[in-house]
Ligand binder design. Structure first.
Ligand SMILES: [Zn+2]
Length: 509
């Protein structure tokens, strides 16, 4: 007996193929059949009435590593149609932890993703983290990248210096162990200490390990502002030297004086003699910790040392001098929903709250965003978290992408002169699933995992705003993960059928 039959849907199957009218049958967690299934009996029948059925969204740029343990129902992600999250982006991972790793210092370094202090880091490696995630039992599927920050913290610590030969070898061992255990690749965040202290040779060495496993190197550039082009060139050089498939994170040109930079970055990606792509989210503001605006040297020794340093008037004077030629204007930078006014506002906030102070920074160009969305080398990634408005992760004013990224894309970026519906869905499903080796996900065909959505394209809309982010979108009526209904008529059923996925990319011979 079929578990679920969706009848009379506009099927957009995730491959980029033209939309067509079809029924979709689900049984035992898989898609059983697609086509005209008129007389088929099923335990649950949903009349689509022309609404769209598509694969669940594969969010290749997630920071829910800790949020999903706090909030396994994954509210803000599942409600926007995300059924699989790729964790560990921007170098901000939660493993490996060596016996000697200062976990408190590492938590402070990755404070951006440490959204619930009650989550206990009771693991050492990917297997241990996977056990913690499995015990939490998320509603969404997950796959993990290895974060460069914990990798470097484990082997080198938090000092501003290149790794020695033996430290580099230790990083390679730890990385290979996680890749052996199913990690889908490595991520770096070259703006976040201590990953920012890596030289190019270290990046080429680590990328070589990832390439041997057929994984992806997700790459938060060293600079999205005045140095965007040179930073893209570096990612391309490392991809060419290592042969590693490379995904540039949240491609954007930041700061008004850098507008137009995305088109130049895309030309560098096109010219690469390697497989280089990018992810992007459809907003004109970014979000990161405010402390990333500080010069790299100010982070030397870790977060506690940075906060002490910021109380020294001579240090503050040196930072203010370096900031004289800055890419941002303080009125474009918001903390807790209010714009900053002066250098000292920012320095006081970081001295007090360290890396946990999150900013939302405006000052991006719509033309740059449209260029990034339109390019065939890009896929969609939210760069957000699975937040629960009623729980510990529902505080403050985070970037609205955690709630509205995918509905916003479909609402505002599909139509004449923009993406076709099929292209937009492909960038959220089939393309990212293929990139990360998630076999059997990201498309609707018989035998594939039954991760799928029923959407009302007339009503689809992101309702999360910069002022009021904790709001669910409209128009996502049904969300199915591994054949289980998680969102039914817009309501969470409590089902938590997510699986921890391993890379199934074929290893290069
Ligand atoms: Zn990120």
């Amino acid at each position: 007996m079929t578990d679920l039959l969706i009848k009379g849907a506009l099927l957009v199957d995730g491959t980029g193929a033209p939309a067509r009218t079809a029924d979709v049958a689900v049984s035992a967690g898989r898609i059983e059949a697609v086509g005209d299934l008129g007389g088929q009996a099923a335990a649950q029948v949903v009349e689509a009435g022309g609404r769209m059925v598509c694969p669940g969204f594969v969010d290749v740029h997630s920071h829910s590593d800790l949020a999903l343990i706090s909030n396994p129902r994954a509210h803000s992600k599942i409600r926007q149609g995300v059924t699989t999250e790729v964790l560990g982006n921007c170098g901000l991972g939660v493993l490996p932890l060596e016996a000697g790793t200062d976990t408190a210092a590492l938590r402070a370094a990755v404070a951006f993703i440490d959204v619930d202090p009650a989550v206990d880091w009771a693991w050492r490696d990917l297997a241990g983290y996977r056990a913690a995630l499995t015990a939490a039992g998320p509603s969404v599927n997950t796959a993990s990248l290895v974060g460069h920050l914990p990798l470097r913290a484990a082997a080198v610590g938090f000092a501003d210096r290149p790794a020695t030969t033996s430290e580099r070898a230790r990083m390679c061992e730890l990385l290979a162990a996680a890749l052996d255990d199913g990690a889908v690749g490595l991520s770096t965040g070259l703006i976040y200490a201590p990953a920012s202290y890596a030289d190019e040779a270290e990046l080429v060495t680590l990328a070589g390990v990832v390439a041997a496993y057929g994984g992806v190197f997700a790459w938060h550039l060293r600079d999205y502002t005045d140095g965007l082009a040179e930073s893209v060139r570096q990612a391309v050089r490392v991809a060419e030297a290592s042969g590693c498939r490379t995904q540039i994170s949240h491609l954007a040109a930041v700061g008004r004086r850098n507008w137009g930079g995305v088109a130049r970055a895309l030309r560098l990606i096109e010219a690469a003699d390697a497989d280089v792509r990018a992810d992007v989210y459809p907003y004109l503001a970014g979000s990161a910790n405010l402390s990333q605006l500080l010069p790299g040297w100010a982070h030397d020794g870790g977060e506690a040392a940075m906060r002490r340093r910021l109380r020294d008037p001579r240090v503050r004077g040196r930072i203010r001098a370096e900031w004289a030629d800055r890419w941002w204007d303080w009125p474009d930078v918001f903390v807790d929903g209010s714009p900053l006014a002066t250098d000292d506002d920012a320095l006081d906030l970081v001295a007090e709250g360290g890396n946990a102070v999150a900013m939302v920074a405006f000052g991006r160009s719509e033309d740059d965003l449209l260029a990034a969305l339109a390019h065939p080398a890009t896929v969609i990634g939210s760069d957000g978290f699975a937040l629960d408005p009623a729980g510990p992760t529902g505080r403050g004013t985070p970037h609205p992408r955690s709630y509205g990224c995918y509905p916003r894309l479909l609402r505002h970026h599909v139509g004449p002169g923009r993406l076709t519906l099929e292209q937009a869905v492909h960038k959220c499903t089939g393309a990212p699933a293929k990139l990360f080796g998630l076999a059997g996900r990201g498309s609707i065909r018989a035998g594939a995992a039954a991760d799928l959505l029923l959407l009302d394209l007339e009503k689809i809309e992101d309702l999360s705003t910069f002022a009021h982010p904790h709001r669910y979108p409209a128009g996502i009526d049904l969300v199915v993960v591994n054949g289980a209904v998680v969102i039914d008529d817009g309501v969470h059923t409590g089902a938590r059928p997510g699986r921890v996925l391993r890379s199934q990319t074929e290893v290069n011979p």
